[in-house]
Design a protein around this ligand. Structure first.
Ligand code: ADP
Ligand code: ZN
Length: 436
């Protein structure tokens, strides 16, 4: 099922033409109205009249998070305040957050993006959609909410947290679709498993989950599908570009379709800033093609992934993005080796005796990096049988060494001692950053 069949299955030649027209418009509009864009284009020696097709995008300069910070809060806005109807902000772990402003048309396009995703997963107006993404400045809650409303489903806006109430409402109302971060879904699954009053098969009516806002792996998908007896679908997005629903998977779960009529994606080599060979991994860059409030042009997301332009079995012609390995700033360099938390997650989930919860601590002691991974065994495997615990630990170390190329110190901690996340999970403490 499609939400907007004409667009989602548009032949690529017409799509490129549409993208070219929209790019020319946005470049002209921002050049004429926003000092930030005018200055940068002048510096790069590009004029709006140079942008005639989508291929001309390579003439334009890139922008980054720091630019949005430097021009905080309104310096990159391209619509007058009278037309702005909503703000959101990304967490911004240090310093000022990134503030995004939306016009009504921006909100309409955003909710259409989410509606396309929900329809691709198979949601209809019959569904009861529980939105357990946080509501507020974070785009997750209201983004999913507006998309679910748009398809006429019944929205249950629980927001994040209060897990026992979430489960009670899920049972009593018969929630069929769950929207939250994959790490919160894992926590919900555990909580349902440990709740003597809830029988997953009998009491929970969930059909599928809409999981995103943080990197997750194929092994996590398998884990969530098995534990919650659902299909688990990816949804991707970021505040700077709009919010969740920049793209989503279809029933084939073979890549995340990006809504290219609204957001033009490129993959570049983060060092040379040149486009990578088709299909190669690199940094994802977006240009918003219709946004009025806060457009971005060649915005470097720092998300690492690859793109596949082959037509999908679902009939959609829109490009498919591979799993996001992480942001370039999530990458840890430990004793000279590059390590992504998502690689660690994937290995831990290969071994069913572990819960999938983990926490990484990196430090530097006597000029040598230390690398510790805390993991939990499921309660039934934790305990007196030291021999078995040691064998499991060895198995995990062996797999991590072969995948990462570096040996972590593994600590098996008590069940339930790693903090569960209700939104985006925090998996890493890099103490080297505290005292560089
Ligand atoms: P913040 O920057 O504060 O985390 P956002 O909510 O805008 O705020 O986060 C967007 C980022 O979340 C993306 O750039 C990406 O790194 C991550 N993300 C969102 N959806 C996914 C997804 N489906 N898979 C992997 N990473 C995701
Ligand atoms: Zn598809």
């Amino acid at each position: 099922m499609y939400y907007n069949e004409k667009i989602e299955t548009m032949d690529r030649e017409s799509l490129r033409k549409l993208q070219g027209e929209r790019l020319a418009n946005i470049v002209k509009h921002t050049y004429e109205n926003v000092e930030f864009y005018r200055k940068r284009m002048d510096e790069a020696g590009v004029k709006p009249s140079d942008i005639r097709s989508i291929d001309d995008i390579s003439k334009l300069p890139f922008m980054q998070k720091q630019d949005l910070r430097d021009y905080y809060p309104f310096g990159t806005f391209a619509a007058p305040m009278k037309d702005i109807v909503r703000f959101h902000a990304s967490s911004g772990t240090t310093g000022k957050p990134i503030v995004a402003g939306y016009t009504q048309k921006d909100l309409d396009n955003w909710s259409e993006g989410v509606a396309r995703c929900l329809t691709a997963y198979g949601a209809t107006k019959e569904d009861i959609i529980q939105v357990s993404y946080g509501y507020g400045l974070f785009t997750g809650g209201l983004g999913a909410h507006d998309g679910a409303t748009r398809i006429g489903a019944a929205v249950l806006p629980t927001s994040s947290g209060n897990t026992s109430k979430q489960i009670m409402l899920m049972k009593d109302l018969g929630t069929t679709v769950l929207c939250c971060t994959p790490s919160y879904a894992l926590f919900l699954a555990e909580s349902i498993e440990n709740d003597p009053e809830t029988n997953l098969k009998e009491d929970i009516k969930l059909r599928f989950g809409v999981f995103g806002a943080e990197p997750w792996t194929e092994n996590m998908r398998k884990e969530l599908e098995a534990k919650l007896n659902i299909k688990a679908y990816d949804i991707y997005g970021l505040t700077e570009v709009s919010g969740p629903g920049v793209g989503g998977e279809c029933e084939y779960q073979d890549g995340t379709h990006l809504w290219e009529d609204l957001f033009y994606p490129e993959i570049i080599d983060p060092v040379t800033l040149q486009p990578v060979e088709p299909g190669q991994q690199g940094e994802l860059v977006f240009t918003t093609l219709t946004k009025e409030g806060m457009p971005v042009i060649r915005y470097r997301t720092r998300d690492l992934t690859h793109l596949n332009y082959e037509k999908c079995r679902c009939g959609r012609t829109m490009v498919r993005m591979g799993r996001i390995m992480g942001r370039s700033d999530d990458m840890l360099i430990i004793r000279g080796v590059n390590v992504f938390p998502s690689q660690i997650e994937s290995v831990i989930l290969e071994i069913p005796e572990f819960t999938g919860q983990y926490f990484v601590t990196v430090d530097r002691v006597n000029n040598i990096d230390t690398f510790q991974v805390d993991v939990e065994l499921r309660p039934e495997y934790y305990g007196d049988d030291m021999g078995r615990m040691l064998r499991l630990k060895d198995r995990l170390v062996g797999r991590l060494v072969s995948v990462l190329g570096i040996r972590p110190e593994i600590r098996i901690v008590e069940p339930n001692s790693i903090t569960r996340s209700q939104g985006k999970a925090k998996h890493v403490l890099d103490k080297r950053l505290l005292n560089p």
